[in-house]
Structure formats: structure tokens, C-alpha cells
Ligand binder design. Structure first.
Ligand code: HSE
Length: 307
């Protein structure tokens, strides 16, 4: 019987513009590592990172608590977390730990859960940071690549990405509010105009077509959101400049990564990606903000680390 499992899960970008709470894409920018060890009783968290260690407020803790209860597991669990994904920047940090935890728990107790079940359990972790459960980041982190989340009942559809799809992510060095996702979900309009909904629907459908046709340009050109991005962009200083600069440097489309404040530009491998990154940096610099830029591509999902 195994008593210890380590799983590594990728960062992710949610929404991809018009696909609010529906689209997710795992990206190879950062990874979280979670090790679960069977103990006699209770749930304990060990980490060197600046995250809550009370299991009730910790993404991984909530996933373990719910899975233990559901599968009537008597063992205790020690959760060791090594964060690689920066927390609070729209890179799917809580989802990365939640996904790694759900996949590790499944392996540790040989549950053989389906991907939909794993995503559902990982979703409990999102409640710790977002206040509500949304599955776009966790689905991407569990399955890897591009995912479409259908709810009621939960069904995650994944589509392989074009091999030349590349993203430039700019992570600004700014203070983010505690419970940032909750805050940034609070600024979204409850009602939307039909014309706006039609525009987002057309763009979202085109993104899906782009993945199906392995057409990075169609994906990138369709990353346009007239509902959520306009409501949130004031929370990111210099956003408009970062976006315009990236578009001028050749990006097909630019949007907020998840709930922000990171900004993500979509492009392809044959383009000058460094130029896009430096254009984005200059955009943030116009507001005296430094940023980290990363060129990335779609990542595989959460995987068991053998050693
Ligand atoms: N779809 C979610 C949101 C992702 O935009 O609020 C949060 O990471």
C-alpha cells in the first residue's frame, strides 16, 4: 500500500476573453507540487509559502476534507505544499494546488475517479479563495490543455491545442487585494445587453473552432470580450496600454488572465514573442509598474511525480 504521493499541477489561464467561467487553458509557466502522506488522524498542512495553514481556509485542505468525507477515509492526511504559481495573479494558483491535491488523493487511496469527478473535488478548493466554486482553472489544471466547462451536470470537454500556439503573460508587481478573485467577481455586471452577449457568443464559438481546426490565429483573433474585461480592466493599472502595445507588437489577441491582474497575449511560435513581452512590459512601465513576462505554451495536466 502506498503511503505517500506527490503530484505536480500547472498554472492556468481562465476565460480566454469571452469564455467567462467556461474556458480554461493549462499553461507551462508555473507549477505547484503537493505531497499527501497518510497519517493516523486529522489534516495538517506543511508549507514554506505564505498561504493559510488552517485546512478550512486552505485550497488543498478543503479538497482533502471533502474527499475524506465523501469516501469515508479514516486515515489522517499530511499535506505538503510547494507553491510555484504566484498566488492572486490570475494564473490559477489556488486551482493548481487543488488539482494536484485531488489527483494525489485519488492515487493515494486508489479511487480511480473520472476526470469529471476529479474536477468536481478540486472545485471545492476554489471556494477558499473565490468565495464561489468555478471550475475553469481546476479543469485545465487537472486535464491539461484547453477545456470547456459545462455545468449542471458538470462535464468537462477537452480539445488538443495547435502545436504552434504560444502565449505571452505579463505578471505585474503590484499588491493584490486579499480574496482578489472574490473582489474582481464583484465588479461584473449581473445583467448584460443582448448585443454584447451575441458578440461574446460569436467570439467564444470561434475560439472553440480555432482549437478544433488547430488555428492559432483564429483563436487569438477571437480573444475579445465585451462584457467582463471592460468591467474589470480598471483594476489593472496601465491595462489599455499593455494591451495596445502587445497588439501593435503582433499579438493576435490580448485579455486579462482569469480574474487578473496578469495580462495574457495570444500568438504563435513563428512570431517575435520577445517583442510582444517587451511591449507589454513597456505598457506597465508607463504606470511605473515592473512586471515579469513569460513566454508559454499549453501544458499537460496534473501528473504524479514518481520520485
Ligand atoms: N472565471 C474566473 C473569474 C477565474 O474570472 O472570476 C478566476 O480565476
Amino acid at each position: 500500500m502506498v503511503s505517500k504521493i506527490t503530484v505536480k499541477a500547472p498554472s492556468s489561464t481562465a476565460n480566454l476573453g469571452p469564455g467567462f467561467d467556461t474556458f480554461g487553458l493549462a499553461i507551462d509557466a508555473f507549477y505547484d507540487k503537493v505531497t499527501l502522506t497518510k497519517t493516523k488522524k486529522g489534516i495538517s498542512i506543511i508549507t514554506d509559502d505564505n498561504i493559510p495553514t488552517n485546512p478550512e481556509n486552505n485550497t488543498a485542505g478543503l479538497v482533502v476534507k471533502n474527499m475524506k468525507k465523501k469516501f469515508k477515509i479514516k486515515n489522517g492526511i499530511e499535506i505538503q505544499i510547494k507553491k510555484g504559481i504566484p498566488a492572486g495573479f490570475g494564473m490559477g494558483s489556488s486551482a493548481g494546488s487543488a488539482a494536484a491535491t485531488a489527483v494525489a488523493f485519488d492515487k493515494l487511496f486508489n479511487l480511480k475517479l473520472s476526470s469529471n469527478q476529479l474536477v468536481e473535488f478540486a472545485g471545492f478548493g476554489e471556494k477558499a479563495s473565490a468565495g464561489t466554486i468555478h471550475y475553469d482553472n481546476v479543469a485545465a489544471s487537472v486535464l491539461g490543455g484547453f477545456v470547456i466547462v459545462k455545468t449542471n451536470p458538470l462535464n468537462v470537454i477537452s480539445i488538443n491545442s495547435p502545436t504552434d500556439l504560444r502565449m505571452c503573460v505579463a505578471v505585474p508587481k503590484i499588491d493584490v487585494p486579499k480574496k482578489k478573485t472574490k473582489v474582481s467577481r464583484g465588479v461584473i455586471p449581473e445583467k448584460v445587453k443582448l448585443v454584447d452577449s451575441v458578440q461574446n457568443l460569436a467570439n467564444a464559438s470561434s475560439i472553440v473552432a480555432g482549437f478544433m481546426k488547430k488555428d492559432s490565429e483564429l483563436i487569438g483573433n477571437s480573444i475579445q470580450d465585451v462584457i467582463v474585461e471592460p468591467a474589470r480592466q480598471h483594476m489593472i493599472p496601465g491595462y489599455e496600454k499593455v494591451k495596445q502595445n502587445a497588439l501593435k507588437a503582433g499579438a493576435f489577441g490580448v485579455t486579462i488572465s482569469g480574474a487578473g491582474p496578469s495580462v495574457i497575449a495570444f500568438s504563435k511560435s513563428s512570431f517575435d514573442l520577445k517583442k510582444i513581452c517587451s511591449a507589454m512590459s513597456k505598457g506597465f512601465k508607463s504606470k511605473n509598474i515592473d512586471c515579469q513576462t513569460i513566454i508559454c505554451k499549453p501544458s499537460k495536466g496534473a501528473i504524479h511525480q514518481k520520485k
